[in-house]
Design a protein around this ligand. Structure first.
Ligand code: 5GP
Length: 189
């Protein structure tokens, strides 16, 4: 049974918990789920495609979008790059009566809650703190300084769990994705 399919769902959670992996799993196994493509000022990682994983933009272009009010929310993540959700596509999607999903950081989730309190807020949690550290170190894509920065953010972000409507534990990516899709009121397979 589907419930309120046109609602906005916001997925947030600490760094390295696997939000990106869940997003990738959604793109692969649930292509019918509309996932917002964020703007970012960071450089693409190998394999990331502009317009699919992110819109990679210059700081000047990002400033322009902020000034014009074109972002639903935006934040400086890990004290470094800026990330934001383009407002237009989300509003169009919801106006058409269709569900939408944002995968953003905690600061962004709080901004969305202020402007769209009816959205559904889902916290992706690690099975444990040790497992989160393992995933952060194991990914190996960040240097020591960046890892420390991300761990510091993760500690603060973990404490935000009670602010959310639902908690999904990322013990297994397919299982976590299925739970999220089900929370969105959409059929799982
Ligand atoms: P990464 O650089 O590893 O792709 O993402 C870093 C962090 O930025 C992740 O926690 C991700 O959830 C967050 N993020 C991605 N897109 C957005 C966005 O549009 N807004 C906000 N506030 N955070 C975002």
């Amino acid at each position: 049974m589907t419930t309120q399919p046109a609602r906005l769902t916001v997925l947030a959670g600490p760094t390295a918990v696997g939000k990106g992996t869940v997003s990738a799993d959604i793109r692969t196994r649930y292509p019918e789920v509309w996932l917002s493509v964020s703007m970012t000022t960071r450089a693409p990682r190998p394999g990331e495609v502009d317009g699919v994983h992110y819109h990679f933009v210059s700081p000047e272009r990002f400033d322009e979008m902020v000034e014009r009010g074109e972002l639903l929310e935006w934040a400086v993540v890990h004290g470094r790059n800026r990330y934001g959700t383009p407002r237009g596509p989300v509003e169009e999607r919801l106006a058409a009566g269709a569900p939408a999903l944002l995968e953003i950081d905690l600061q962004g989730a709080r901004q969305v809650r202020a402007s769209m309190p009816d959205a559904r807020f889902v916290f992706l949690a690690p099975p444990s703190w040790d497992e989160l550290v393992r995933r952060l170190v194991g990914r190996g894509t960040e240097d020591e300084e960046e890892r420390e920065r991300r761990l510091a953010s993760a500690r603060v972000e973990l404490a935000a769990e009670p602010e959310f409507d639902h908690v999904v534990v990322n013990d297994d990516v397919h299982r976590a994705t299925d739970e999220l899709v089900s929370l969105m009121g959409l059929p799982t397979r």
